[in-house]
Each structure stands twice: as structure tokens, then as C-alpha cells.
Design a protein around this ligand. Structure first.
Ligand SMILES: O=C(O)CCC(=O)C(=O)O
Ligand SMILES: [Fe+2]
Length: 559
């Protein structure tokens, strides 16, 4: 709408410069401005700023946004060129006329008709010219940019992505250069990071008090600068930051060495000179001469932030494919079978392929659980509803946003679409459980380095939990993988050493509650950071109510 208004704003004004002197033009302008303002306000009121980094799926919107801004910039350039061409045209006409009049000025004005035309032209045409010169075709583009700025990423988005890259580097124990040179498994289009990018990531790590990553990224920035890669950031600035970091962790010898380098680079800098003096005196007094020390050897000094996540080491190791606790003996006992849902007519002719992935807790994988077309529909239905997923506060039970769950999710009910209805029916048929108390389908898409650190699916506090009071705990989880993931993104169970790879169209299923009704703490699980790819999953959480006869108590107390 705004584009149309802007066209309307420019076209008549440009073609008929004289009309701009009339009152009509002023009203046109006022009307246009008012409508533009109203349109822009409506946009602002009806839309909220999107967060892009927590969902790869939504990040594609940015590509389209950039394309539309580019088109609008091209329009602006064309307008500007037309503007100049119009001015040149007038200049040419006036030039010819003025040369003609200058040949015999008095002779010309002695003709009353010529005198009338001269006065009229000098007054009106030059005023019109003033308007023409003042006309600024940049408004269209600038208004468009202002309006679209609400759809541009917010400042904290770049930080979010940088944190995602740091998470990937740490979890998968990658060197910064591996990420910076884009040498990641399965990438289709190579992209590299500049020294400025690396330094930005280092600063974010520092801000997050992640000294180890800050050190690695600063060292990498220096390496890139030494290789002669183009950058805005100066080597002295990076050295200064690195120097204060190493001093902060107590490595005086290294700080001294770096200050010497700084002093060589910029001998005139008074601050560096006095710092050098200070460090030398300090080193002498504590008898830690830099020459005798191995610089930067003690990486232990550079701490990662304290670990609040349960079993994080096992989680990260499993994500890397390490510490998987599957023995050949255990593996031999795992079986696969056709599941016909106990002679369910819907599964009789097309039974589901069921494979035991793990024994304790029992984790089953259903193959070909969802078709590509169904996946397309579910993604399509959820895309406009995707919102940043929260995590539960252990004390209050409320939801909040945390970096240990970086994804967007949406809820779909069976009334929303036949595909959702059929999916619920299939889940009931295959698991033999009732869906009457189950939650709607939760669809999730992970963002840059998107993950969900180890957690239990069952709620652990029940204050104000009306769903729990009504329907009981989440007795079971059915997790559908709606995409393959090029690298990373496994679902891992850190307490038992299981790792499940996302395979598009398959679903995994496990009970979160034991037959005796107790929560099963061996089901601690997490979604590993996505290294390359866009991971889509759907969760169906099945509740206790309605399962009394479908999953009866076991014969022993511990079952
Ligand atoms: O995405 C995954 O692999 C697991 C997701 C999950 O555990 C959850 O959403 O609760
Ligand atoms: Fe979960």
C-alpha cells in the first residue's frame, strides 16, 4: 500500500512541476503524508519484531526482506536519475532562451507580449524549478526502510548467533579456524568469517564471561590479521584486549610479552609504555621473568562459565558421538518388528516398522512414520505460529527464555488440519495409548547452534500446574523427526549413554514414567546443537489420564 502511495506522491509532482505551486499539490502532499503515516502506524501496531536466530526456518524471511529492500533501492536510484534528466532538460530549454534574449535584451522587452512572458517565466518557472530541485526522491526508499526496520534483526540477534557459534565450537571441540574457514561437515555453500567477525565473537565470549572461548577467538583474529586479511579492527586493539584478558587470569608473563609486542608496533603510545613499565616492575618483583615462562601454556586458567546444566559433560560428549554406552551384547538383544497395533484395522495392511533403539529406558523408533507431504503440511501450518520456546522455572513453574533452549515452537490441534488429526490417530494406534488427555502437537525448529540442553519431559514442580492436576504427568514422549540434519542435532540421553540421530520421517518413543507411577530419571535427554542444517521435530506428550487399562501397573514395585 505504501509503495502505491509513494508512486502517487511522486508521479504527478514530477510530471507537472507547475501544479506543485497550487494549493492542490499541498493537499496532495498532506493527504499522502497522513496516509503514509497511518499505514506505517498500522504496520507497527500489528506486528512485533521477529527473532530470527532461534529458528533457521524463519531466517529465510531475511533473504526475501533483503531482496525487497534492494528493489526499493533500485527504484530510488531510477527516480534520482529521472530527476536529474528532468533538470537537464529544463536547463537546455532555458539556456537556449536566455542566449536568444541576451542578444538584444531591450529589443525583446519592448514587445509587451515578450515582457509578459519574461516576467511570468522568471517568477513562476524559477519557483517551479526551485520545487523541482528541492524534490527528494530518497523519501520513498527511506520510508520503506523505516517501515521495514521493524522486520530487521534486532541488535541482540547478532549476539545470539555469535553465542550459537561459540556453543558449536565448544560442544564439538572445534577450532575457531574450522568455523571461520567454513570447513563444517555437510555445508553446501562455503562462507568464511573475517577478522572483524572473529573479533566480534571474541568480545561476545568475553561478555558472557567465557574466557576460554574469548582467548581462542582473539588468537584466531590475530592469526587472520597476520595473514594480511582485510579488516577494520587494528592489531593493536586485539592485542590490547588479549593482554587485559591474560592479565585478568593472572598470566603476567604473557601479558608482559603482549605489551612488548604492542610497544614495538606503536612505540609512541604513552599508555602502552607505562603499562610495559608497570608489568616489568611487577614481573621483577614477583620474579616471574617472561623469558623463563612458557607463554599461554596454562589454558586451565581460562575458565568457561560455571556449568548449571545437569550432566553437561556427558551430553556434550554424546553429541560428539563419544561415550555411547552400547555394548555388542546389548546391541544383540535389541530387536525390530512390524507393529500392527494389536490387529488395528488401520495398521493391519500397512504395519509400522518398529525398532528398539535402546533397552533401558526402552526407546523405540518407528520408521516411515510420517510422509514427506505430511511433513510439508505440518511445517506450513506451524510456520506462522512459531515463537521462541521457553523453559520452566524450577521454583515457580513459569516460563522464561534461556540460551539452553534455542528453538521456536508452535502448537497444532487436531481441529487445525486433517493431517494433524491423522497423526494423532496414528500415534494412538501405534503406541496403544489414549490421546484423550494428550497435549496438542508441538512443532519445533532449531536456530543457529540450536539446542535443548538435558531436561526431563515430565514436570518437576506441580504448583499452579492445572494440566498436571487434571491429566497427570507426561507419561510418554513421541518425538517425530521432520528433517534430516547434516551435522549435529542428535537427541542424547546423558545418564544412559544413548544417542539418536534425526532421520526424516521417523519417530522415537519412550515412557517418562515407570509402571509404578514414579518419574523415570533415566530419561534425562537433550537435543544437541545443530552444527549444519535446519532441524524440525514434532513432540507429542501423552499424559497419564486415560492410560489406566492401556498401560497397567507392573508386577514388581520397581517396574
Ligand atoms: O529435538 C530433540 O531432539 C528433542 C526435543 C526435546 O527433548 C523436547 O522438545 O522436549
Ligand atoms: Fe524433551
Amino acid at each position: 500500500m505504501l509503495v502505491l502511495l509513494l508512486d502517487f506522491y511522486y508521479v504527478p509532482c514530477v510530471c507537472k512541476p507547475r501544479r506543485r505551486l497550487s494549493g492542490l499539490y499541498t493537499w496532495d502532499m498532506m493527504l499522502c503524508s497522513a496516509l503514509c503515516w497511518m499505514a506505517a502506524t498500522c504496520w507497527l501496531v500489528t506486528s512485533t519484531q521477529t527473532e530470527f536466530y532461534s529458528s533457521i526456518g524463519q531466517m529465510t524471511d531475511l533473504i526475501y526482506l533483503e531482496r525487497s529492500l534492494l528493489l526499493s533501492l533500485k527504484d530510488y536510484i531510477r527516480e534520482e536519475q529521472l530527476h536529474i534528466e528532468r533538470l537537464q532538460h529544463y536547463v537546455q530549454i532555458l539556456q537556449e532562451m536566455s542566449e536568444f534574449l541576451a542578444q538584444d535584451p531591450e529589443g525583446h522587452v519592448s514587445n509587451p507580449v515578450a515582457a509578459f512572458k519574461l516576467v511570468k517565466r522568471v517568477k513562476w518557472d524559477w519557483m517551479a524549478m526551485e520545487q523541482l530541485v528541492r524534490q527528494d526522491p530518497s523519501h520513498g526508499f527511506l520510508d520503506n526502510l523505516t517501515m521495514k526496520s521493524q522486520f530487521l534483526p534486532a541488535n541482540n540477534e547478532i549476539e545470539g548467533i555469535a553465542m550459537g557459534l561459540i556453543r558449536l565450537q565448544e560442544t564439538y571441540q572445534l577450532l575457531p579456524e574450522t568455523i571461520a574457514e567454513g570447513r563444517l561437515p555437510g555445508v553446501k555453500y562455503l562462507e568464511t568469517l573475517s577478522p572483524d567477525d572473529s573479533y566480534f565473537i571474541a568480545k561476545i565470549a568475553l561478555k558472557e564471561n567465557n574466557l576460554k572461548s574469548a582467548l581462542l577467538w582473539m588468537q584466531h583474529t590475530l592469526k587472520q590479521l597476520d595473514e594480511g586479511q582485510e579488516a577494520v579492527v587494528q592489531k593493536t586493539e586485539v592485542l590490547n584486549s588479549l593482554c587485559s584478558l591474560v592479565f585478568q587470569v593472572g598470566d603476567l608473563a604473557w601479558a608482559l610479552e603482549l605489551t612488548r609486542q604492542l610497544n614495538t608496533l606503536d612505540p609512541g603510545d604513552v599508555k602502552t609504555a607505562s603499562l610495559l613499565d608497570y608489568f616489568e616492575k611487577l614481573a621483577n618483583s614477583v620474579k616471574q621473568q617472561s623469558e623463563n615462562k612458557v607463554k599461554g601454556a596454562n589454558l586451565e586458567l581460562f575458565q568457561k562459565p560455571p556449568n548449571i546444566i545437569q550432566d553437561k559433560d556427558n551430553y556434550e560428549a554424546l553429541c560428539r558421538g563419544e561415550r555411547i554406552r552400547m555394548t555388542p551384547k546389548k546391541e544383540k538383544n535389541l530387536v525390530c518388528r512390524f507393529n500392527n497395533g494389536n490387529f488395528n484395522p488401520r495398521l493391519l495392511l500397512a504395519p509400522i516398522k518398529e525398532e528398539e533403539e535402546w533397552d533401558r529406558p526402552l526407546i523405540l523408533r518407528y520408521h516411515d512414520f510420517m510422509s514427506d507431504d505430511e511433513i510439508k503440511t505440518i511445517k506450513f501450518l506451524s510456520q506462522p505460529k512459531l515463537a521462541r520456546a521457553g523453559v520452566s522455572d524450577r521454583k515457580t513453574g513459569g516460563q522464561f527464555i534461556a540460551e539452553y533452549r534455542v528453538s521456536k515452537s508452535a502448537w497444532l490441534r487436531e481441529e487445525d488440519h486433517l493431517v494433524v488429526f491423522r497423526l494423532n490417530q496414528r500415534i494412538a494406534d501405534v503406541t496403544g495409548l489414549s490421546m484423550e488427555s494428550a497435549e496438542p502437537l508441538q512443532v519445533a525448529n532449531y536456530g543457529v547452534g540450536g539446542q535443548y540442553e538435558p531436561h526431563y519431559d515430565f514436570p518437576r514442580i506441580h504448583v499452579n500446574d492445572t494440566v498436571f492436576k487434571l491429566n497427570g504427568s507426561r507419561i510418554a514422549t513421541l518425538l517425530i523427526y521432520m528433517s534430516d540434519v547434516e551435522a549435529g542435532g542428535a537427541t542424547v540421553f546423558p545418564d544412559v549413554g544413548a544417542a539418536l540421530q534425526p532421520i526424516k520421517g521417523t519417530a522415537v518413543f519412550w515412557y517418562n514414567v515407570l509402571k509404578n507411577g514414579e518419574d523415570d530419571y533415566s530419561t534425562l535427554h537433550g537435543a544437541c546443537p545443530v552444527l549444519v542444517g535446519s532441524k524440525w521435530v514434532s513432540n507429542k506428550w501423552i499424559r497419564v489420564r486415560g492410560q489406566e487399562f492401556r498401560r497397567p501397573c507392573g508386577l514388581s514395585e520397581t517396574e
